[in-house]
Design a protein around this ligand. Structure first.
Ligand SMILES: C[S@@+](CC[C@H](N)C(=O)[O-])C[C@H]1O[C@@H](n2cnc3c(N)ncnc32)[C@H](O)[C@@H]1O
Length: 416
């Protein structure tokens, strides 16, 4: 059979969607197994799968509206239709190309069904979806935790590609970069640009900046000015390590993952910054001394990163969140033992689940009489401090400027 132009990236997108939805992989992990694709096709495959994941419930509703045949969630026909509609809505692919590239994906299978549904929908006209629904489980959790306005903001945000945030080692350089690149700065050492290719941006090779969502840059800003002896626990790939090192701290960066720690090393080399790297499981590792300050950016469901990684919404099932919260509590207990009396412990997660943020800190404080919440000074004015004294970043914050990842952070001080 002659190969259809553009078939390879569509076939790859189908594999990606399948790996995420049926096997619970991240898009990046699934994409790393794609071989024999050009750089452009690799990017297109990721873009198509990503656009489908941004609006899956609405795509499914469209598909179901065009057939009486019940297609199982993980059927190939439904996967192929999702990808075709995602290209129409998210990438503006012309109709003839959609049909020509979708049908070979179901060769020897339900070709007539896919052709029929796609034809019906394209004739009917497929409109943009400005505020796609999120998976039902996530909608229920977030509307209960944060209310309808935050949920609506999350729906608006998932439809859009977020801007590109850079953190600079030095604020004067950030300010001159803003002037030269039509960016905006929303905090010291921060530059926000419309999304573009990172490695093509001026200053990448010379290591003047690194990519870091503005919300992800906030926890390290809570470590008091030094220089001091700081433990960065769960550090890789090192956005926060670089902030701490650039601020002049002596940083010990611990992470369990060899490959992620290697990336941290490369990031430090590129930015000419220094830290002591330790590859270790924090549940088994023990420190030989106590630190002036500790940053624990704990592993979590990462649901706050849904704008760049829409698949997190499908991976973060209730049991994974519960397991994450248990691990976070244990990591916090261990970190607490490595802090000097009077020292500061910052806890953060890129999660929009109260179970991994507010509830972890509440439980920790209840069992740790030597710790209390400390006023989170040092953050830009837009960061909302709750009445309890922690910081919760929700969808909708700074929306006109391009928004932020969802985050939770708290600063604790050891009193005894
Ligand atoms: C949220 S990421 C950290 C991001 C990092 N702080 C940054 O700013 O780039 C969580 C990290 O925790 C690490 N991790 C997970 N479980 C761990 C454990 N038991 N001990 C040490 N590191 C762990 C993961 O490898 C991952 O790199």
């Amino acid at each position: 059979m002659p190969s259809v132009e553009g078939a390879a990236p569509r076939r790859a997108a189908l594999r990606l969607l399948d790996s995420v939805l049926r096997r619970g992989q991240t898009l990046d992990a699934a994409a790393s197994s794609l071989r024999d694709l050009s750089h452009a096709d690799h990017g297109l495959a990721l873009a198509i799968a990503g656009e489908a994941l941004r609006r899956l419930p609405d795509l499914d509703a469209l598909i179901d509206s065009a057939t009486r045949q019940r297609m199982p969630d993980d059927s190939k026909a439904r996967m192929v239709l999702r990808l075709a509609l995602a290209q129409k809505i998210g990438l503006g692919t012309p109709d003839h190309a959609l049909v020509a590239t979708a049908l070979p994906l179901v060769d020897g299978g339900p070709r007539r069904l896919v052709h029929g549904v796609l034809g019906t929908l394209l004739r009917r006209g497929v409109r943009p979806i400005d505020a796609p629904r999120l998976p039902a489980e996530v909608e229920a959790r977030w509307s209960a935790a944060w209310g309808e306005d935050s949920l609506k903001a999350a729906r608006r945000q998932i439809a859009k590609r977020p801007p590109l945030d850079l953190t600079f080692a030095a604020d004067d350089e950030a300010q001159s970069y803003v002037d030269g690149h039509e960016g905006i700065s929303l905090a010291p050492r921060h530059v926000r640009l419309a999304s573009s290719s990172v490695t093509d941006l001026a200053g990448f090779d010379s290591g003047r900046w690194w990519v870091q969502d503005l919300a992800a840059s906030l926890p390290a800003r809570l470590i008091p000015a030094g220089p001091s002896d700081v433990l960065d626990l769960c550090a890789a790939p090192g956005g926060k390590t670089m902030q701490l090192a650039a601020a002049g701290h002596r940083v010990t960066a611990v992470d369990a993952s060899k490959s992620r720690l290697a990336r941290l090393g490369e990031n430090l080399d590129r930015t000419h910054l220094q830290a002591r790297l330790v590859q270790a499981d924090a549940l088994a590792w023990n420190s030989d001394r106590q630190f002036d300050a500790i940053l624990l950016d704990a592993p979590c469901s990462a649901t706050g990163t849904f704008r760049r990684h829409p698949e997190v919404l499908y991976r973060a099932r209730a049991n994974l969140i519960t397991e994450g919260a248990a691990l976070q509590g244990v990591l916090l207990d261990r970190a607490a033992t490595w802090l000097k009396p009077g020292g500061v412990l910052v806890y953060s997660v890129c999660s929009l689940e109260p179970q991994e943020g507010e509830q972890v800190i509440t439980a920790f404080l209840a069992r740790s009489p030597d710790f209390r919440l400390d006023q989170p000074n040092g953050l830009p004015g837009f960061a909302p401090v709750s009445s309890e004294g922690w910081v919760r970043i929700l969808p909708g914050l700074l929306e006109p400027e391009g928004g932020l990842d969802g985050f939770f952070m708290a600063r604790l001080v050891r009193t005894g």
